[in-house]
Design a protein around this ligand. Structure first.
Ligand SMILES: Nc1nc2c(ncn2[C@@H]2O[C@H](COP(=O)(O)OP(=O)(O)OP(=O)(O)O)[C@@H](O)[C@H]2O)c(=O)[nH]1
Ligand SMILES: [Mg+2]
Length: 320
């Protein structure tokens, strides 16, 4: 395990593949392997600034990301986790990685992973945040989580990051509707990309008004939309700085740490539920009890909901 992590730290792509394969097996129930993989991480503490890039397909997220990553010096490793719900990366992760980062050649300091998430997959958000943990352990900072495709992937990402960047295209049908949808409230930074296209400034002005009205005195979120034309690398300096400023503001008032804790708590919650489920499924006594209770429900002697509540109380150890 240790050798695998060391090789991955040195840039060995097949060692990184092995780490991700072990994570996947871990998430499918091989908790022993998962535990070994996690305890062999070279740096167990989680430090990286996690940035979520969300927005409709084709808005320019990958293009923006490429330009932001290029602003980091070569000595700083930048992680990118793409959550792909479109099935584009079904031909192998590395081909998928390149497909999604077509905007720029992959810089040597960029660690990219595309997660192939199919509709019905149980925990895309958990998979994404544990993947970010892997890059964190390999020394990447910052780590971007980019959603591709369906809205669910976006919502999953929002809870796993410190800074949410929402990208909007000028073609957005009705900017007022976007404001009404509540999506703007989820975002820390809002970016209007493709400002070279017609009508961009009018959309930007509507978004500016919405952002000005959402922010209170202590709100670290910028009250103006960032205007970028990623195709020509315009406006990216301001966005790069805006993201840094947001991270500093979060760190200054302790929100960074509380968001980090919330991310780990979310992971823990899922794993605890999964472990309880696995334990209960193998518990012969519980199966017999359920069978007995089912008989009562079937015959009308027991109420379904009250019975579930009683069984839950029986299998949960009393509070100390
Ligand atoms: N006109 C214009 N086109 C842009 C700009 N930025 C990106 N594009 C183009 O928009 C298309 C989509 O860009 P991507 O960066 O792949 O967009 P994305 O949001 O990552 O797309 P998905 O990952 O499929 O959701 C590409 O053809 C880009 O060249 C821009 O500022 N102006
Ligand atoms: Mg993309």
């Amino acid at each position: 395990m240790q050798a695998m992590w060391n090789a991955a730290s040195g840039g060995d792509a097949s060692a990184l593949d092995e780490i991700f394969a072990s994570l996947q097996r871990g998430l499918r129930g091989d908790t022993v392997l998962f535990g070994e993989l996690w305890s062999a991480r070279p740096t167990p503490e989680l430090r990286a600034h996690r940035i979520g890039l969300v927005g409709p397909p084709g808005t320019g997220k990958s293009t923006v990301l490429g330009h932001l990553a290029a602003r980091h010096p070569e000595a700083e490793k930048v992680g990118v986790v793409s959550v792909d719900a479109t099935g584009h990366c079904g031909q192998g992760h590395r081909l998928g990685d390149r497909l999604r980062m077509n905007a720029l050649d992959l810089a040597p300091n960029l660690c990219v992973r595309t997660l192939d998430v199919r509709p019905g997959d149980p925990a895309p958000g958990l998979f994404a945040s544990l993947s970010a943990d892997i890059f964190d352990a390999l020394g990447c900072d910052p780590i971007f989580l980019e959603s591709v495709g369906m809205a669910r992937a976006q919502v999953e990402i929002v809870r796993r990051v410190h800074t949410v960047v929402l990208l909007v295209p000028p073609s957005v049908e009705d900017p007022d509707q976007l404001v009404a949808s509540g999506l703007l409230d989820l975002a820390d930074l809002v970016v209007l990309n493709k400002c070279d296209l017609e009508g961009a400034e009018a959309v930007a002005a509507t978004l500016d008004r919405a952002l000005a009205s959402r922010s209170g005195e202590d709100d670290p979120r910028p009250d103006r939309v960032f205007r970028t034309t990623a195709l020509r690398d315009e406006g990216l300096d301001e966005l790069f700085q805006g993201i840094r400023t947001h991270a500093s503001a979060l760190r200054a008032d302790g929100v960074f740490a509380s968001r980090s804790r919330a991310q780990v708590a979310e992971q823990l919650k899922y794993l605890v539920f999964e472990m309880l489920r696995a334990r209960w499924q193998g518990d012969v006594g519980l199966r017999a009890l359920l069978d007995e209770c089912a008989r009562g429900v079937l015959e009308g002697d027991r109420n379904l909901v009250d019975t579930a509540d009683e069984v839950a109380a029986m299998v949960t150890p009393p509070r100390p």
